[in-house]
Design a protein around this ligand. Structure first.
Ligand code: SF4
Ligand code: SF4
Length: 204
């Protein structure tokens, strides 16, 4: 029937309008910013860098591999690798990002950087109140501003964070097993290489 969709839409609007006087479920708006709707677990806005421990810069998981920089469609990630190395979460020597900037005015929240990162180092935040009058510099954020603890990730995306924690635990266990095997092999090789010293037999 011609106009059937319009009539159905108007009926739904009328049902919500009249129903909102008697039922909270029919209220489709809230008095933002005084009231806020709970954020769904899969909400995503802009990326942040995950760190472990208490020191945001020392605990960054990012190793500056630049995969996310290469894969970011609008090219809004800028990374400079460190010249030196430091211990990572697996107690292995790794590079780290000397510079890690994201231009949030360009980021389109696609999450590709998260998908391609092999180190569980970059995740999507739910923070969206970032408006600023400084259109360019105000939305260019550096690694200090991007760094957030793993507890933050667990809080905003508990299901994904549990999967991430489990994957990292497997990696750490593998690294520890390898380090132990290497140490044992080294000790064994040292024993074999040690010359056997015999006492001279005294003349009778
Ligand atoms: S966030 Fe991940 S993909 Fe990007 S540079 Fe760091 S480790 Fe590499
Ligand atoms: S979410 Fe997409 S656009 Fe934004 S930094 Fe990551 S890859 Fe780039």
């Amino acid at each position: 029937m011609l106009g059937e969709g319009i009539i159905k839409g108007m009926a739904e609007t009328a049902r919500n309008f009249l129903g909102s006087y008697v039922s909270d479920e029919r209220l489709t708006t809230v008095q933002y910013p005084e009231e806020r709707l709970p954020m769904p677990e899969n909400a995503r806005q802009f990326p942040f860098l995950v760190f472990d421990g208490n020191d945001p810069m020392a605990g960054l998981r990012c190793v500056g591999c630049q995969i996310c920089e290469k894969e970011c469609p609008p090219k809004c990630i800028y990374i400079v690798k460190s010249k030196d190395k430091r211990l990572d979460y697996k107690r292995q020597m790794q590079l780290y990002p000397a510079t890690f900037d994201i231009d949030l005015s360009v980021c389109m929240s696609c999450q590709i950087c998260v998908e391609v990162c092999p180190f569980e180092a970059i995740k999507m935040d739910t923070e969206f109140e970032l408006s600023t009058t400084d259109r360019f510099g105000g939305l260019m954020v550096n690694k200090q501003q991007l760094a957030k603890p793993n507890e933050h990730y667990r809080k905003i995306h508990p299901t994904d964070a549990a999967v991430s924690d489990a994957a990292l635990a497997v990696e750490v266990a593998k690294a520890q097993a390898k380090a132990k095997a290497d140490a044992e092999a080294k000790a064994k090789a040292a024993v074999i290489a040690t010359p056997v010293v015999t006492q001279p037999v005294a003349a009778t």
